[in-house]
Design a protein around this ligand. Structure first.
Ligand SMILES: [Mn+2]
Length: 418
């Protein structure tokens, strides 16, 4: 890495507001250089606050207009779609992935499945680069939300502190702008009408009947979702109606769908059940995968959310050493878990690392229904930096939601959705 800074530093916002490929390349070169050569506190000398705010706001405006479930419909007979799982602030691995797969273009669409920030030390850099691609190619690049794109997760797993250390006194408004952007990230995608992708997975249907006005003027009893025992799989129509602009999805009440989409995990046990390990979301069995695929005429579900540490604790599902697993094989198709952060997590208390590969998936024309898996190793060495969270104390990823530390102070039993 060159000792001299790239010539574009500090970066400036293009005068006519239009991002170019050149601008993205300058941003990438500057961020990569700074990750090796500058202490975090000098980050504003590379990306000054006004430039960062313009980029985040421009992307945010695009994202907020997208529906909960974006339709990714490749045009022409030469267009492929790349799907990417969790990247967790591992800048150098994301840059390797983009170079390896080929950068986004008219002929190469990208769907990112969320979890851009937290745990890794370069969440700001990683997310800014992805936002720049989104602004440059809004119809070719899709950024979905992960459970870590939330206020709760970023306050526990490092991103909030990372922003504060990189932007110092100006950190608070910068962090708030990031949170506002997270609210806009869509929840799911449908690729070529065949492949459903979301960070966690499937979701329950709303069990609340439309409120009919009581004939009596007073004494209308609110209907509680958690009183119902009838968990059923949700429809795409229900997904489209969910309110996603909640920083932390509720685990009870009228708006459970975002929490399910972002936090759920597959299981080999049939049916839908509460995800007690996580404290939010669902576990769903192969029968639900079949029902969801069949009803919507999909061939695949591609979800992310479980890394090698999470899979290490699961007896029923296979490990994440190659960056992907095939969890359900049913009559209508398959359920895939895709994880794109190799040698994860970046900071570990134990010498004994998972040394997992990351992976991305290529879906190709004409049918987009034969996923090609590309596994890759971590870029090494990584720059030596300090973590932004207490990785030795923080609970491991299988119970990402430490409910006891939530502000409400409500007990786990009270919060578990029925
Ligand atoms: Mn996740």
């Amino acid at each position: 890495m060159d000792a001299n800074p790239p010539p574009q530093i500090p970066l400036s916002w293009p005068p006519d507001d239009s991002l170019t490929l050149d601008w993205i390349q300058s941003l990438t070169a500057a961020l990569e250089w700074a990750s090796w050569k500058l202490p975090p506190s000098e980050f504003p000398s590379v990306v000054p606050v006004p430039v960062l705010l313009r980029l985040v706001l421009t992307a945010s405006n695009i994202l907020h207009k997208e529906p909960n479930c974006v339709r990714v419909d490749p045009q022409g007979d030469e267009t492929s779609v790349i799907v990417v799982g969790d990247v967790h602030g591992q800048l150098h691995d994301v840059l390797f992935l983009l170079r390896d797969a080929g950068f986004p273009s008219e002929k190469r669409l990208f769907v990112f499945n969320g979890d851009y920030v937290d745990r890794g030390a370069w969440g700001v850099e990683t997310f800014l680069i992805l936002l720049a691609w989104k602004v440059f190619l809004p119809e070719q690049v899709y950024l979905l939300r992960g459970n870590h794109e939330s206020k709760y997760c970023t306050s526990v797993y490092g991103f909030e502190k990372e922003v504060m250390e990189k932007y110092g006194e100006q950190g608070k408004p910068v962090y708030r702008k990031f949170l506002r952007c997270f609210e806009g990230l869509p929840l799911a995608s449908i690729i070529a009408g065949k492949v459903y992708t979301a960070h966690g997975g499937v979701f329950r249907g709303a069990v609340v009947t439309p409120s009919k006005r009581s004939k009596r003027k007073k004494g209308r009893k609110p209907i509680s979702v958690t009183e119902s025992n009838s968990l059923r799989l949700g429809s795409l129509e229900e997904l489209s109606k969910a309110r996603r602009t909640v920083l932390d999805p509720p685990w009870e009440g009228m708006n459970l769908i975002p929490g399910d989409v972002l936090w759920s995990d597959p299981s080999l046990i049939p049916g839908l059940s509460p995800n007690n390990e996580r404290g939010i979301g669902l576990l769903w069995g192969p029968d639900c995968t079949e029902e969801f695929l069949k009803k919507n005429q999909f061939k695949f579900i591609i979800r992310s959310h479980e890394g090698p540490d999470a899979r290490d604790k699961r007896q029923d599902l296979t490990g994440m050493q190659q960056g992907y697993t095939i969890d359900h094989v049913v009559e209508s198709g398959k359920l895939i878990t895709l994880f794109s952060a190799p040698d994860y997590p970046q900071f570990q208390a134990s010498e004994d690392r998972y040394n997992n590969q990351g992976a991305y998936i290529v879906l190709s024309p004409p049918d987009y229904a034969t996923p090609m898996f590309h596994s890759f190793e971590a870029v090494k060495p990584r720059p030596q930096v300090n973590p932004y969270y207490d990785f030795e104390d923080v609970i491991d990823s299988d119970q990402e939601l430490d409910l006891k530390s939530m502000e409400s102070g409500t007990s786990v039993e009270d919060l578990t959705p029925v």
